[in-house]
Write a protein that binds this ligand. Structure first.
Ligand SMILES: NC(=O)c1ccc[n+]([C@@H]2O[C@H](COP(=O)([O-])OP(=O)(O)OC[C@H]3O[C@@H](n4cnc5c(N)ncnc54)[C@H](O)[C@@H]3O)[C@@H](O)[C@H]2O)c1
Ligand SMILES: N[C@@H](CCC=O)C(=O)O
Length: 541
């Protein structure tokens, strides 16, 4: 029972800890890393009230040290996925009926636990499992996940307050019901925050969820699930399973009560999911919500008036932080001929100073890419550039998977604006530059807009205000997150709602009210205090 209307004010973003040499937070994080490396994790699935260990295990290794074993997880099959659906549906009624404040406070408590007691464990798991350096883990598994949880509570409270007007003698109201069925959350390897947000946002709205993370993110996903449990999430509200992606998809998308999917991952996987849902649509109880944030081929467009040092820094960070494995990473840059020598020299100097290696050495800016498949794919693109007369490597270009999946940050310069590395998502530390004639800004904008099918993030660098204005209009549909004189990565919850359109997804802006609407099904209720008792209009006499 709710007796009172409870508001959650707009929170502040979680402060980012610096991990400077000698700092307390650095000491605590290093301790958590050592402990996690020393104890092999035995990771169950969470189905209803059960922690399920199937005995069919997959081992976990740090990508930067692949001979080391972090532990293993127990993987499931169709029977487990169906059991998770049953557990979700069994929990549905009680969860949907739980009062808003009690639902919200579970997730606010989870945010507090992440900010305090579990900050270093979740960061350590992200560093070891996904090969992120301390800063990249801190902005992801600590700050962004905490922000997602706190801001979503605020936004949902605001949505609940949005009510229709009522004419005299009538009361109208809107109920924001959860969806009728269960929601599927399918999450990628690269962000622990996304892995935590995709199941928790629909759950906050009163939905029950079956969550399958990427195999290479299971270690940190497990810690997030433990935090949700400790915060008081009832059994069955979020069910965490592991297993083969297509087998999982075939199970959950065939179920009559499938009510929505919250996906982040590649465009290819999302297209497959959409097609499967389309084929099954006649069998569902209700039309499902399909939310997917997918790939990118993110651009940096430099105008001849730009500040060259700002461009160099924007590219160095935007293209190479977390080894370019951000959907938002700068991977194609259009450089005007007047600034090209300075920008290229600046990038070469920046890349020479980037240290690469294990996450345990906090001096390393670059760590490993996620797995061997990804390593081979990225190396293949570098080889293509080495062997094509239309391209040359101007920085980096080496790779080695002996100890870990290390790819040197690489800059390719091409004379062909449609060279393969200007068009396709590589998802690694590879940036391609195309130098255009400094006065041909209009043609450069055309290239930006029509070279790739994606439209996720993009940046324009210019001091000339007219150029900024022109690019903002001309590139209106080229990116869902558009940056002016800044790198195209690093969106902050509450500040830059994130997502793109075209082949980059449904643009439902994670961490904003726009996303939460997708997990709600509104019911309009009209109550008449004085119902008419005669069907005739007054003029009919
Ligand atoms: N737009 C965004 O906000 C955003 C954010 C992060 C990552 N990404 C994108 O994610 C990709 C990298 O992540 P990834 O390599 O983990 O992506 P992926 O598509 O390989 O996998 C994503 C998830 O889908 C699952 N999956 C695979 N096939 C499936 C199927 N047939 N049915 C159901 N589930 C299936 C996987 O097991 C995994 O959990 C990149 O393309 C990147 O751009 C986008
Ligand atoms: N939201 C993140 C990217 C998430 C995708 O990988 C950013 O803005 O850099």
């Amino acid at each position: 029972m709710t007796i009172g209307e409870f508001f959650y004010p707009l929170p502040a973003n979680e402060p980012v800890l610096g991990y400077a040499p000698g700092s307390k937070e650095k000491e605590l994080l290093q301790k958590a890393i050592q402990e996690m490396k020393a104890h092999k994790a035995d990771i169950p699935m969470y189905i209803g009230s059960e922690e399920v260990k199937t005995g069919k295990t997959v081992s976990l290794h740090p990508p930067h040290e692949h001979h080391h074993v972090l532990g293993h997880f127990h993987t499931g099959n169709t029977a487990h996925f169906n059991k998770a659906i049953d557990a979700a549906l069994a929990a549905r009624k009680a969860w949907a009926e739980l009062s808003w404040a009690n639902r919200a406070n579970i997730f606010l408590k989870a945010a507090d636990l992440l900010a305090t007691k579990y900050r270093y464990q979740v960061n350590a798991a992200t560093m070891l499992g996904q090969s992120k350096n301390a800063y990249q883990a801190e902005i992801d598994s600590a700050c962004e996940l905490i922000d997602f949880l706190r801001f979503n509570v605020h936004y949902l409270g605001e949505i609940y307050r949005q009510q229709p007007i009522s004419s005299p003698g009538v009361h109208n109201r809107l109920e924001f019901r959860p969806l009728e069925g269960f929601v599927v959350a399918i999450t990628p390897f690269n962000f622990t925050a996304i892995a935590g947000n995709l199941p928790s946002a629909p759950a906050l709205c009163g939905n029950v969820v079956v969550w399958k993370p990427s195999d290479t993110q299971v270690l940190a996903a497990w810690w997030v699930m433990k935090v949700f449990k400790e915060a008081g999430l009832p059994d069955g509200v979020i069910n965490l399973v592991y297993g083969d992606g297509p087998e999982f998809g075939n199970a959950v998308f065939a179920h009559r009560d499938f009510a929505g999917v919250h996906f982040t991952g590649s465009t290819r996987t999302f297209n497959h999911i959409w097609k499967t849902i389309g084929e099954n649509v006649a069998g569902y109880r209700t039309y499902p919500r399909i939310v997917g944030e997918t790939g990118g081929k993110d651009f940096v467009l430099v105008h001849k008036s730009a500040h060259a040092d700002a461009v160099v820094t924007g590219l160095a960070r935007g293209a190479f932080e977390y080894q370019g494995q951000k959907c938002s990473a700068a991977s194609r840059a259009y450089i005007p001929s007047n600034l090209a020598p300075e920008i290229k020299a600046g990038l070469q100097k920046a890349l020479q100073s980037m240290k690469m290696g294990t996450v345990e050495d906090f001096g390393n800016f670059i760590n490993a890419v996620i797995d061997e498949r990804s390593f081979d794919k990225i190396a293949g693109y570098i080889d293509k550039a080495k062997n094509d007369p239309a391209a040359r490597i101007i920085a980096g270009g080496t790779y080695d998977k002996t100890a870990g999946y290390f790819i040197e940050p690489t800059v390719i310069e091409t004379s062909d604006p449609r060279f393969v590395t200007m068009c396709e998502e590589i998802f690694g530390p590879v940036l391609t530059l195309y130098v255009y004639e400094a006065d041909a800004f209009e043609q450069a904008m055309d290239l930006v807009d029509n070279t790739s099918p994606y439209a996720l993030t993009g940046a324009v660098f210019a001091q000339d205000r007219a150029a900024v204005e022109r690019a903002t209009h001309r590139l209106s549909h080229s990116a869902g997150n558009f940056y002016i004189n800044d790198k195209p990565t690093g969106a902050v919850v509450g500040q830059q709602p994130f997502g793109g359109a075209r082949a980059s997804g449904t643009n439902d802006k994670a961490g904003s009210a726009l996303n939460l609407y997708r997990w709600l099904s509104a019911r309009t209720i009209k109550e008449n205090y004085n119902p008419p008792v005669d069907y005739r209009y007054p003029f009919l006499g």
